[in-house]
Write a protein that binds this ligand. Structure first.
Ligand SMILES: Cc1ncc(COP(=O)(O)O)c(C=O)c1O
Length: 485
């Protein structure tokens, strides 16, 4: 692999064994030196003869490369005095290749960054989802292939309605059966996520500056979505029964909404008892507040039957149900849904007309069949058993290894366990510092305190257990104990 000796082109190296042809390799390398600023405008280049000698290639090669550089405007020839880098390079060419702070564009390094993001490893106790190693991909890919072998034309055009009708029917049937929600496909809107459902509902129900009550602590993604929409959020404390009912005095005649997680409060994990549910419904009716029921992981209850949704108790049409497939399928599927009260269907159609849909139609037919054929319910049943064991393994390991440092609540639902710092641990370290130290021991632990908005934050960690086998859980708890002790 001959390399140039001449100082200006010292980095050029050609390899006859590699494609493309040598003259193209030379052209590309000189062009890149110019674009990255390492060869400066008006800088003199070696003669084609000298360079050929230097690189141990024929002069035809160097001549062909220089001709190409010249015809594309990178270099200029001066009669009798050789070749120079062009004095004026097309400006937009340089702007494309050079960052505004003057740092040379380094495609390889940027490629590397993307690569690292792609490969992010899911370490215990990442709480973002379920164990995808146990997902029935053979069946899922069969359903995807089937729906795309000869796709129905409407799937390929701009999506105008509330989503793929068979999927909306399947969701309505699933919720009627499992959660007691009396609804039909006409009330179901397919969205791309819970956060998008909330934005959609805000635009349907409220204007900028209208009041939205949010749970404190709560889900920061939703806080951020509301801030983006210009809503006036009112942080509402959560007690042992969940969302506490605010004052009956309306702050203003403007409409208002409350976003709550009655089935399993996020992030603390308690379930709202019936008496509190009825209190919330009475308050909503009396004050004209819309209740958005965020039901993000209620499929996973490990004792008794699945809970009835708050929407199933609502007689005044004020509850809107928001569901997501992020936890029950997998996060990157990016499909969620809304169940609207009948009175809101027309208003939602207007919103959809303005915003368009953001949910991709690609996987909707496959998901419809996955649910309608009973495979979704079977998958959930199977995972419920597995996750229940995993939650038990986590609790036992924490009780054995970290007793006295962490308080572990008794919960038998969900995919993450919130654990609280003892006074002693909280005096030594904050939960955000703990996250950094634990990351050094290959443990991912989401701190609890950033989930608080205005209430005094408790120090703790959210430990996702669903995606990890019992031995992975025990090994990670041992690493945690080493760090926290
Ligand atoms: C409280 C809460 N709501 C909703 C969701 C679902 O979010 P999305 O559908 O935006 O992925 C999650 C997921 O982690 C959550 O924690």
């Amino acid at each position: 692999m001959p390399a140039a000796q001449n100082a200006t082109l010292v980095s050029v190296a050609l390899d006859a064994a590699q494609a493309p042809p040598l003259y193209v390799q030379l052209f590309e390398q000189v062009r890149d030196l110019i674009l990255s600023g390492r060869l400066k405008p008006r800088q003199r280049l070696p003669s084609t003869r000298a360079l050929a000698k230097d690189l141990n290639v024929s002069r035809t090669t160097t001549l062909a490369a220089y001709e190409q550089l010249m015809s594309e405007g990178y270099i200029e020839g001066r009669e009798g005095s050789g070749a120079y880098v062009a004095a004026m390079l097309p400006e937009d060419l340089l702007l494309v290749r050079t960052r505004s702070d003057g740092v040379a564009f380094n495609a390889q390094a940027l490629d590397g960054i993307d690569d690292r993001e792609e490969k992010t490893q899911i370490l215990p106790f990442n709480s973002s989802g379920q164990d995808v190693r146990l997902f029935p991909f053979a069946e899922w890919s069969r359903l995807l292939a089937k729906s795309w072998r000869s796709p129905r034309p409407e799937l390929l055009h701009q999506q105008r309605g509330f989503g793929h009708l068979p999927l909306r029917r399947a969701i309505a049937a699933h919720l009627r059966e499992l959660r007691g929600v009396e609804c039909t496909a006409a009330q179901v809107v397919i969205t791309s996520s819970a956060a998008q459902s909330v934005s959609f509902l805000m635009r349907t129900l409220l204007g900028r500056g209208d009041t939205v009550f949010v749970e404190d602590p709560g889900y920061p993604t939703i806080y951020r979505a509301l801030e983006d929409l210009g809503a006036a959020t009112v942080a509402t404390p959560v007690d042992a029964q969940g969302f506490t009912v605010p004052d009956y005095d309306r702050p203003s005649p403007a409409p208002s909404a409350a976003i709550i997680t009655p089935s399993r409060q996020y992030p603390l994990g308690m379930t709202m008892p019936l008496a509190r549910r009825l209190e919330v419904l009475n308050w909503a009716e009396a004050t004209g507040t819309w209740i958005i029921e965020d039901d993000y992981d209620s499929e996973y209850r490990y004792v008794g039957r699945p809970l009835s949704a708050l929407m199933s108790l609502d007689r005044s049409g004020r509850v809107i149900y928001v569901g997501s497939f992020s936890k029950s399928m997998f996060k990157s599927l990016r499909l969620g849904f809304i169940i609207l009260p009948l009175a809101l269907i027309d208003r939602a159609r207007d919103t959809l007309y303005t915003l368009g849909t953001s949910a991709s139609a690609n996987a909707q037919p496959a998901l419809a069949e996955f649910i309608a054929s009973g495979q979704f319910a079977a998958h959930i049943r199977r995972m419920r058993r597995i996750y229940s064991e995993r939650q038990q393994s986590l609790r036992e390991a924490l009780d054995t290894e970290l007793a006295g440092l962490l308080e572990v609540p008794r919960q038998s639902a969900g995919m993450h366990l919130p654990v609280f710092f003892s006074k002693e641990l909280a005096a030594r370290i904050s939960d955000t510092q703990a996250r950094v130290l634990l990351a050094g021991a290959d443990v991912t632990a989401e701190p609890l305190s950033p989930h608080y908005k205005e209430m005094k934050p408790r120090q703790g960690l959210l430990l996702g257990f669903a995606a990890f086998a019992p031995d992975e859980i025990r090994a990670a708890v041992l690493r945690m104990a080493q760090v926290l002790k």
